[in-house]
Design a protein around this ligand. Structure first.
Ligand code: GL4
Length: 867
């Protein structure tokens, strides 16, 4: 308040309001000004990076005025805000997105051209902001875009990792990890050196009595400082610009501990500083896996404590009573990573603000919502009690108290059931004892949601079943994931977006994706189909060029492009794909030249990172590259088969790849050990006519609980590609929306999965004969030293084939034949693509955010007026 300008002088400020450029001349002026002043360069040494920097700064200036206005408006109106806590925000590039959301990309294009640059080249200079691993982090980024576009007062809170997800290089066919130093120059962040929070670790808890009241005081230990870095998040076609606040760690007391420094202990003062900075140094590169490292827990508490301090500070400004906290604040926990926030808020309210336990707990549970993203057991977070005790002694006490009160209510409700207490306890009575973070998140939240219908059913009937019995079904809900059509259609595929706009009454569909349904009326329009096909072809040409530039391999853009890009994981079954590719290769080799002429040319495109410690995933990458090395130079097959591994798959590459795919693969194994239930999927028939779709007669398709939702499937379909998949997470809902005839489904039934696994382990496990031949070929050394791939083969032949690669192999191969056949009829293929896109309205993240807002957060949009 003291920093505000007094009333009489405000007129001068208002008179000098910065409005930002609105036309080409204005844009050019700003770019030149930034090149010459901010960057201290000139037209004699302005390269593409400088042009990128100046363009970004020009747009950033525009965003900042909207951003300030949005924040002022939200503060003034004092409405409820949403805080999205996520350890990962996989944002990708910001400039293109800012230009499109602000709506001045055409102006920038012309302006840059006047100044001697091509806008595409300028955009490409930007380094991806890659603060995430895969689907979970990208979902958070899509949600931020939708929150701003829908004018919700919302902040994201995360960590500002110095190193995001590593850069992947492929050297001699192997993945090599290179650090991703992305902060060299980042015009999109604003350091707020004045917004800092001291975060405490270690120490001990002492009881103190004052005014007849005993309180717990957490004392001693060490302090690390959190510094805020703010990133503006522009909405599409709205001035609303929200904030993503990322915390960076720093030694408290600045650069050095001067006392230590002056007393000659230079080394130790530097060591302290480095130890503090380590906290936000690096993103853990695992997807769907928690490794229980102490530093990871430190990251979690550091980020959560800083964010809560900030949220509470903001709430306290309005001097409202504490009970109104949940009317002003909704906090969403993106997976269990921020679960300590529940404990931290209880600590603030009880220990610092002096509220009664029950009053505080009511506030806490009304504030939080928790999203579960996986049922994979290795991804469910548990922390050793001893580690929590050491790092956060007061928090462990609070966790024990939360558990005690919780178990007391359970005991009351289930007086004769002793076992339920053991099953639902937040503390697992194992050796060592563990804190079960998902259970803590459920107990401390008012809503728990899964991310696809099937996934949400599954968590309620399996891992969280007891909690449904305790709390009733209303606490649990589903919000099926979605993607932002701004980035994943308009930005990634501008020509398709334009063509769609010409049939759907302009670009309104980008804000209301259900308007895509108007495309149905145009499916039979020959000219429209032709233009559609031309755009797909042009996107394939662009990808072919990228393939040539990065791998040296020439691919035919007229071939069927078959894409599987995502993190490499055994459950996602890239191994099934590459074994299928080898089978195709062997089949082609066995054909006469005449027979080969009848075959459909294919390009099998893979991409994705393996966690550095995931050895099997790295073998899969190596096999893909080794197969490519042989196949791509085999003149017998020529254009009929090419195998490509695209290095360093990330958001900006995805924007190029998705528009260029004809078919993409979403083929993870059906079911897990948790799936004993039989889910009926009413809109999916249990028998298929063989030709119309990818299923098999009498073979029902199935669920997949390993992958919670999957979101890349949505990106591919939205860009006019078809998909081949198991009935997995969101594949099920995609099938419901686009119809069975527009998707290629295959694979075993989930209810058969357990039996199949059992038979592998205890019976004679016969491998599919075609797959056997593939293995024999690998073992002959056709693709390099067989030993390199022995574990992959052994996993199927000897170790029980947990992911059912052999069981699904035949139906996978058959389905690919159907794909080839369908692709020959280009006209019908394009029609299927158009029909599918027309039905994708449901999968916008705008729909997700509206559902969260209504069902979980209870927040309203707040429109900010334009200037
Ligand atoms: C994931 C799921 O594996 C993925 O299916 C889902 O789409 C994504 C977003 O909800 O969350 N869970 C974890 S852990 N990583 C993911 O990508």
């Amino acid at each position: 308040v003291e920093a505000s300008i007094p009333e009489p002088q405000r007129e001068a400020w208002q008179r000098n309001q910065i409005t930002g450029f609105t036309d080409k001349d204005g844009f050019e002026k700003e770019v030149v000004r930034h090149v010459e002043t901010t960057l201290a360069r000139s037209m004699f040494n302005c390269d593409e990076i400088a042009a990128y920097s100046a363009t970004s700064l020009a747009f950033r200036d525009r965003l900042v005025t909207h951003w300030n206005k949005t924040q002022q408006r939200q503060t003034y109106r004092d409405t409820k805000r949403v805080y999205y806590l996520s350890l990962e925000f996989l944002m990708g590039r910001a400039l293109d997105n800012a230009m499109l959301n602000v709506g001045l990309k055409d102006i920038a294009k012309d302006g840059l051209s006047d100044l001697g640059f091509r806008i595409e080249d300028v955009i490409k200079q930007e380094h991806d902001a890659a603060l995430g691993n895969g689907g979970l982090g990208r979902l958070a980024a899509c949600f931020l875009d939708s929150l701003a576009t829908l004018n919700f007062p919302a902040w994201g809170y995360g960590l500002r990792y110095r190193y995001g997800i590593f850069k992947q290089e492929i050297i001699d066919g192997y993945q090599v990890e290179v650090p991703d130093y992305w902060l060299d120059f980042n015009p999109w962040e604003f350091p707020r050196h004045d917004v800092t929070v001291d975060i405490q670790f270690f120490g001990q808890v002492n009881k103190k009595t004052a005014d007849g009241k005993t309180v717990s005081v957490w004392e001693g230990g060490e302090i690390v400082q959190a510094v805020a870095y703010d990133v503006p998040i522009p909405g599409y076609d709205t001035p609303t610009t929200n904030n993503l606040r990322l915390w960076s760690s720093k030694a408290s007391g600045g650069e050095f501990d001067f006392q230590k420094f002056n007393s000659g202990d230079y080394e130790s003062s530097v060591a302290d500083q480095q130890r503090a900075e380590t906290i936000s140094a690096v993103l853990y590169p695992n997807d769907n896996l928690e490794r229980g490292k102490e530093l990871r827990l430190k990251q979690q508490y550091f980020w959560v404590a800083a964010s809560l301090y900030d949220i509470v500070r903001r709430f306290k400004k309005a001097k409202r009573p504490w009970r109104e906290f949940p009317d002003q604040v909704a906090i969403q926990l993106n997976d269990t990573h921020p679960t300590l926030a529940i404990v931290e808020l209880q600590r603030i309210l009880v220990d610092i603000e002096g509220l009664e336990w029950d009053v505080a707990w009511e506030i806490v549970t009304s504030t939080f919502g928790y999203t579960n993203h996986t049922v994979l057991p290795e991804a469910l977070e548990k922390w050793p009690v001893g580690l929590v005790q050491h790092l956060l002694p007061r928090h462990l006490q609070i966790i024990y108290d939360i558990n005690l009160y919780f178990l007391q209510t359970v005991e009351k409700a289930f007086p004769n059931d002793r076992d339920i207490l053991r099953r639902v306890s937040i503390i697992e009575e194992s050796q060592p004892k563990m804190v079960r973070m998902a259970f803590l998140a459920i107990v401390g939240s008012h809503k728990v949601n899964g991310v696809a219908e099937l996934h949400s059913d599954l968590i309620q009937t399996t891992i969280f079943k007891d909690f449904v019995a305790i709390y009733g079904p209303d606490k649990f809900t589903n919000v099926t994931n979605g993607i932002t059509p701004r980035r994943w259609l308009h930005q990634a595929n501008p020509r398709l977006s334009e063509l769609i706009a010409s049939k759907c009454g302009g670009y309104e569909f980008l804000k209301d994706l259900t308007l895509l349904s108007q495309l149905k009326q145009h499916v039979d329009d020959k000219q429209f189909r032709k233009e559609w096909a031309e755009i797909k072809y042009a996107n394939k040409v662009r990808l072919a060029k990228h393939i040539k530039d990065t791998t040296g391999v020439v691919v035919n853009p007229a071939a069927l492009f078959d894409v599987q890009v995502k993190r490499i994981h055994e459950y996602k079954r890239q191994q099934l794909n590459i074994f299928g590719v080898i089978h195709r290769y062997l089949t082609l080799k066995a054909m006469t030249p005449e027979e080969r002429k009848t075959q459909m040319p294919r390009v099998s495109i893979f991409g994705g990172k393996a966690a550095p410690g995931y050895w099997m995933a790295k073998q899969i990458i190596h096999l893909i590259n080794s197969v490519g090395a042989v196949v791509n130079k085999d003149d017998d097959v020529g254009d009929l088969l090419k195998v490509i591994f695209l290095e360093d798959y990330n958001v900006s590459k995805a924007e190029m790849i998705c528009p260029a795919s004809d078919i993409s693969e979403h083929i993870s194994t059906a079911g897990t050990e948790y799936v004993y239930l039989q889910l009926s999927i009413p809109f999916i028939s249990t028998s298929y006519s063989f030709v119309e779709n990818g299923g098999h007669d009498g073979e029902a398709v199935t669920d997949n609980s390993q992958r919670a939702s999957g979101t890349s499937n949505m990106k591919f379909v939205l860009n006019g590609g078809l998909i081949i998949g198991t009935l997995d997470g969101a594949n099920i809902e995609i099938t419901r929306e686009i119809g069975e005839s527009n998707i290629f489904l295959f694979g075993n039934l989930s209810e058969d999965v357990e039996d199949l696994r059992h038979s592998h382990t205890y019976g004679a496990h016969t491998i599919d004969p075609d797959l056997d031949k593939v293995f024999d070929e690998i073992e002959k050394g056709t693709f390099g030293t067989p030993h390199d791939f022995s574990a992959m083969i052994a996993a199927v032949r000897q170790h029980g084939d947990y992911y059912l690669v052999s069981d699904d192999f035949h139906s996978y191969i058959e389905t690919h034949h159907l794909v080839d056949k369908a692709y020959r009829n280009q006209d019908e293929w394009i029609a299927k693509c158009i029909r599918s896109v027309a039905c994708m309205g449901f999968f916008t993240s705008d729909r997700c955010i509206n559902e969260y807002a209504e069902e979980i957060w209870n927040v309203e949009p707040l429109v900010v007026e334009r200037n």
